[in-house]
Design a protein around this ligand. Structure first.
Ligand code: SAH
Length: 382
């Protein structure tokens, strides 16, 4: 707390006066009685308090949420990310000073996730504040996320303000048009955190125009950018048939004439199959889901990352690009690099990191909250 980290763990608390309700605003004092912060109380979570403010004069009310969201919007405007047809993250939770509050914007629609007791307590006010700072058609809640259980909260979805969003909504992903299923898609509909890296793929492909393998493609984003960069052939691979269906619709929507190949299956098997078939690619993208959701699974996760990267490297033509990612917060950048290095050794390949990759700038990381940096990646020439 003294370092402005927004969390107070249950073990760090000596006494609690009164019996605050879930999400209620409480004052946090040091053991010497100095005021430290004002935050939201969460009786069931290990993270017992999440700080809303470190300013003793700042009250937590409707105006507070409007101020925070206006501040967040100003950053995205300065980053030139606020366009009527684009999608961006307006509020990145702790890193935007609103613990547990994730708000994304798709065209005129807000989609929010309320991940903590405090966020839950204020969600109606937060939705109204969001629409106040950036007017739009509505605010849809996607709090269908497991972490809510840790806060004693049920999973829930639905309209919080304004109108019901359409079945599929089209956005402009910095070039390619993409369909987003706000109600059922992953996260709040799509992976906004990879937006800049998708653009990077387009740039790289423009130089070589070769074959691209997009493993764990979801609705095809990286592959669409590769197509826009004039890749000759693009393999889109995912285990989800539904995601691949949208990926195909996206390719049609953009009228791309590049050759697309869709592979539905488990990447661990399918990449091996491609290798056995003697296939190779100029650009290989590996964007797997979170393999470790806790420190306990880290070792197993490292093994999975190594397998995938070994196969990915073997499928990359000599001198080709390998873009590899991990979105597991528990996997540190140095550990991830080590795992990829081990995979390259086993693949008998050399590798140069040309650029470390990270989440897009509308997913900023508060310097006091390093946990906010969860997406890391490497652009390697192998
Ligand atoms: N690169 C995408 C996001 C990828 S999310 C983008 O920029 O939009 C991870 C994807 O991996 C999900 O679509 C999920 O369906 C898929 N997936 C998870 N486990 C898998 C596996 N074992 N094999 C293949 N795909 C898998």
């Amino acid at each position: 707390m003294l370092g402005r980290h927004p969390w107070v763990f249950s073990g760090a608390i000596r006494t609690i006066t009164a019996e605050p309700a879930s999400g209620e605003t409480v004052n946090v004092l040091s053991d010497r009685g100095e005021w430290l912060a004002r935050g939201a109380y969460s009786p069931q979570s290990q993270i017992r308090v999440r700080a809303w403010t470190f300013d003793p004069d700042e009250q937590v009310d409707v105006a507070f949420f409007q101020r925070r969201l206006a501040h967040a919007l100003e950053l995205r405007k300065r980053l030139a990310m606020v366009w009527p047809t684009r999608a961006f993250r307006l509020c990145n939770a702790e890193s935007d000073g609103l613990p547990g509050v994730v708000i994304d914007r798709y065209g005129p629609w807000f989609v929010g996730q309320f991940l903590s007791a405090g966020a839950e307590r204020w969600k109606a006010e937060i939705a109204a504040a969001a629409l106040k700072v950036l007017p739009g058609s509505g605010f849809y809640e996607r709090s269908d996320v497991e972490v809510r259980a840790k806060e004693g909260l049920p999973q829930t979805t639905g309209v919080l303000a304004g109108k019901e969003p359409p079945e599929l909504f089209e956005i402009d992903d910095n070039g390619p048009r993409m369909l987003v299923d706000i109600r059922r898609g992953h996260k709040t509909g799509m992976y906004l955190d990879q937006a800049n890296n998708r653009r990077e793929v387009r740039r790289l492909v423009q130089m070589s125009r070769g074959d691209v393998l997009n493993a764990f493609c979801y609705t095809g984003g990286f592959g669409l950018h590769a197509a826009a960069g004039q890749a000759s052939r693009i393999v889109q691979l995912d285990q989800s048939a539904d995601a691949l269906e949208v990926a195909q619709e996206n390719a049609t929507l953009n009228e791309y004439i590049n050759e697309f190949e869709y592979i539905q299956g488990n990447a661990f098997d399918e990449l091996r199959r491609l290798r056995e078939a003697g296939r190779s690619f100029d650009v290989v993208i590996l964007d797997p889901p979170k393999f470790a959701s806790g420190a306990a699974q880290l070792e197993r996760a490292a093994g999975a990352y190594k397998d995938i990267n070994l196969l990915g490297a073997q499928l990359t033509k000599p001198g080709g690009w390998l873009l590899t990612f991990s979105c597991s917060g528990h996997m540190t950048p140095s550990l991830f690099s080590q795992v990829v290095a081990d995979a390259l050794v086993d693949a008998g390949r050399d590798g140069q990191v040309v650029q470390p990759l990270t989440q897009s700038p509308d997913h900023p990381v508060s310097i006091h909250y390093p946990e906010g940096h969860y997406l890391k990646g490497l652009l390697l020439r192998v």
